[in-house]
Design a protein around this ligand. Structure first.
Ligand SMILES: [Zn+2]
Length: 149
């Protein structure tokens, strides 16, 4: 599966790619040279809207995708030939950690305020944040369906 490294301007896209299951590194404080080095060392495809950075990546043989759109819908649409818009393997949008299903009776972390929905819950194996399919999930699903059309 393709792994990404996004430049500092693409923080929102980073969270979306993680929700879509893509291992996406985000180093908003790094200089361009460090981004290019990390992408090369880590075998990640650089995502950027910066033409100069994209050209430099190509010159160094680092995989890079130049995005044009400002909106998240536009950016996901541009990436849609490369990525799968599926929510079956989400990662933690906050820290890029993998999510694990909370099993019944397990000692996994639980929310302080139990969610309204009684469905399944997941927790991030890195930062411990808890997720469930709430209203926010429905709006994500709608946006993805809209992009796929
Ligand atoms: Zn996390």
């Amino acid at each position: 599966m393709i792994r990404f490294l996004a430049d500092a301007m693409l923080g929102k896209l980073v969270r979306w790619l993680r929700i879509l299951g893509y291992d996406t590194e985000y180093l908003p404080l790094s200089q361009d040279a460090d981004l290019l080095q990390t992408a090369a060392d880590d075998d990640r495809t650089l995502l950027t809207r910066d033409v100069a950075l994209h050209r430099e990546a190509v010159r160094r043989g680092v995989g890079s995708i130049l995005l044009q759109a400002h909106s998240i819908r536009g950016q996901l649409k541009e990436l849609s030939p490369t990525i799968s818009l599926s929510l079956s393997n989400s990662r933690c949008p906050i820290c890029n950690g993998e999510l694990a299903l909370n099993r019944v009776g397990s000692k996994a972390p639980r929310p302080l305020q139990p969610p309204a929905s009684r469905g399944e819950m997941w927790h991030c194996v890195c930062c411990g944040k808890i997720y469930w399919n709430g209203r926010h999930w429905d709006s994500i699903t709608e946006i993805l369906a809209d992009i796929s059309r």
